[in-house]
Design a protein around this ligand. Structure first.
Ligand SMILES: Cc1cc2nc3c(=O)[nH]c(=O)nc-3n(C[C@H](O)[C@H](O)[C@H](O)COP(=O)(O)O)c2cc1C
Length: 195
């Protein structure tokens, strides 16, 4: 049995009356339904013990809206407060917005997390016209498609989280990032070239 992957679920909006609460509630419920993860919800409006919580997490799910074709300033401020604690860990995205479903924000976040030595997960969950997709109680009107996308994304996230946790425990990523190479088990003959 593996120690469960610990996900930090991060709010992308601090706006008063934010829709983010609805999307986070849905995402947290879907994550907990799997029974495979521990969850820590991090709100940039209350960034308590941020370094420690990012450090303890094995994986991240960012719930991001789209503001003017990008992601929000409070989310960038949160990301920039922390450094090596992001390294060699996977990051997945649940996005929402108008016609684009927040996908432009996600594509920008992939660039930011590449700089932070983090692994962005290929599949994401996206809510276009998000306000119309949830009812007054915050329930998805047609949950199946987004649920399937979430399951696929979480499968990929767990694979990377377990793989990278083992790798970080086996060998310092800081050393590798500085250029330290693992010597081969047997010497490579001089002049050997594989084409
Ligand atoms: C300043 C601002 C800019 C926005 N720009 C976009 C945009 O470029 N594309 C889009 O699809 N939706 C855009 N929206 C709509 C938001 O994605 C939508 O209102 C969402 O609910 C905002 O998230 P929040 O309520 O959690 O803060 C914008 C909203 C705001 C407040």
């Amino acid at each position: 049995m593996e120690t469960p992957v610990r996900i930090a679920l991060i709010y992308g909006s601090t706006r008063t009356g934010r829709f983010c609460d609805t999307v986070v509630r849905w995402a947290a419920a879907e994550i907990m339904k799997t029974g495979a993860f521990e969850l820590d919800q991090i709100d940039p409006a209350e960034p308590l013990a941020l370094h420690e919580r990012i450090k303890r997490a094995d994986a991240f799910v960012i719930v991001t809206p789209e503001y003017n074709h990008g992601y929000t300033a409070p989310l960038k401020a949160l990301i920039d407060q922390v450094g090596h604690e992001w390294h060699a860990k996977p990051v997945a995205f649940v996005s929402y917005g108008g016609i684009s479903g927040g996908l432009r924000a996600v594509e920008q976040l992939r660039l930011v997390f590449a700089e932070l030595h983090a692994m962005s997960i290929r599949d994401s969950v996206s809510f276009a016209a998000a306000h119309e997709r949830f009812d007054e109680q915050g329930e998805l009107r047609e949950p199946e498609r987004h649920r399937r996308a979430m399951v696929r994304m979480l499968g990929q996230l767990q694979w990377w989280a377990l793989t990278l946790r083992d790798a970080r425990n086996a060998r310092s990523y800081a050393d590798a990032a500085a250029g330290a190479l693992v010597p081969p088990a047997a010497p490579v003959a001089a002049g050997t070239q594989t084409i």
